[in-house]
Write a protein that binds this ligand. Structure first.
Ligand code: ATP
Ligand code: ZN
Length: 301
């Protein structure tokens, strides 16, 4: 695609970390083919007017806010921290949340030393809390009417209690293994996070707007597809209503006659949720037979 730098869409993605492979895979599934620049900081789109900037995740909200990038993919935890920081500085709309994506699930939780008595948020009163999310933690304390001191750490928060720098911590958790390895126990979640797509708050020039919309639609489609299945089965006419009800997340199934059979029909449906073995067993009990579940490759509405 002819490069016209001003009209090309720039998407900020984490350079190297937990979100990198998922983000690049999402863009590939939207049809983007790219080559990495020599400095490994930019991927130039070959077939679409889209370039990908590879940066630290913490920098993504600012790049989108300042309109250096049009779109960005970053965890809701980083977004919320920056949103509160910019709010303190008087900026109420630094970026637009386009949609949540389907990877990077984690939670921001308090964790306390294993042997510490701790029964709830009220026990935070007067303690020292180590965290890389000072704005989120201060906002939480304010809302709960608590006074505690926040000790900022840029990484390795979990060692703060052992170093005597803090009493408890507030950090990201997914499996809880890191906490256990550091003799800490999770003691309450303050934010559930998932990776998210954000957009610049500035008006997008007309030449770019059409591709921006197209890429957002494709992302919607890719995420729907990964959650969707196409199901085909045979059913007794008499059980049609019950079987339609059991199909997960399906709106209007197609019902077709079966040659030479008045009592049975074929049903085809797109299910917008995964189809589990339990659902197939229930369908069978309701009279369904010859069931096939197929993955959906592309979807566009
Ligand atoms: P960078 O060098 O880009 O600053 P980082 O060390 O801040 O990297 P990662 O550890 O790669 O970031 O995490 C990126 C994002 O992945 C987090 O901000 C969060 O949204 C998400 N995430 C999912 N699970 C976890 C987890 N168990 N621990 C930390 N982050 C997680
Ligand atoms: Zn980071």
């Amino acid at each position: 695609m002819t490069p016209e730098p001003a009209n090309r869409i720039k998407i900020a993605v984490q350079k190297s970390g937990r979100l990198t492979d998922h983000s690049l895979d999402l863009l590939s599934r939207c049809g983007l083919k790219y080559t990495k620049g020599r400095d490994q900081l930019i991927c130039f789109g070959e077939n679409l007017p889209i370039d990908v900037l590879l940066v630290r995740d913490d920098d993504i909200p600012a790049l989108v806010r300042e309109d250096v990038c049009d779109l960005g993919i970053v965890g809701a935890n980083v977004l919320e921290e920056r949103r509160l920081q910019y709010l303190d500085e008087g900026d109420e709309a630094p970026f637009v949340l386009v949609r949540e994506l389907d990877f990077g699930h984690c939670r921001l939780s308090f964790a306390v030393p294993e042997d510490m008595q701790f029964s709830g948020a009220a026990d935070l009163e007067g303690l020292r809390i180590a965290t890389s999310y000072p704005h989120i933690v201060r906002d939480y304390l304010r809302r709960e009417g608590l006074t505690a001191s926040v000790v900022e750490f840029s990484g390795a928060v979990e060692i703060a209690p052992r170093l005597g720098r803090a009493d408890v911590i507030c950090d990201l958790v997914s499996s809880g293994n890191t906490l256990r390895a550091n003799h800490l126990r999770e003691a309450g979640t303050i934010l559930s996070s998932v990776s998210s797509l954000i957009q610049t708050p500035k008006a997008v020039p007309a030449e770019k707007a059409e591709w921006m919309e197209r890429i957002k639609k494709r992302i919607d489609g890719v995420i729907q597809v990964s959650e969707s299945k196409y199901i085909m089965l045979h059913a007794p006419r008499s059980a049609l209503a019950e079987i339609t009800r059991l199909l997960p997340g399906s709106e209007a199934p197609t019902v077709m006659p079966l040659e030479g059979r008045d009592d049975k029909v074929a049903i085809h449906a797109v299910c917008r949720e995964n189809v589990f073995w339990e659902t197939l067993e229930e369908l069978k009990l309701a009279g369904a037979s010859s069931m096939l579940v197929l993955p959906v490759e592309k979807m566009l509405y």
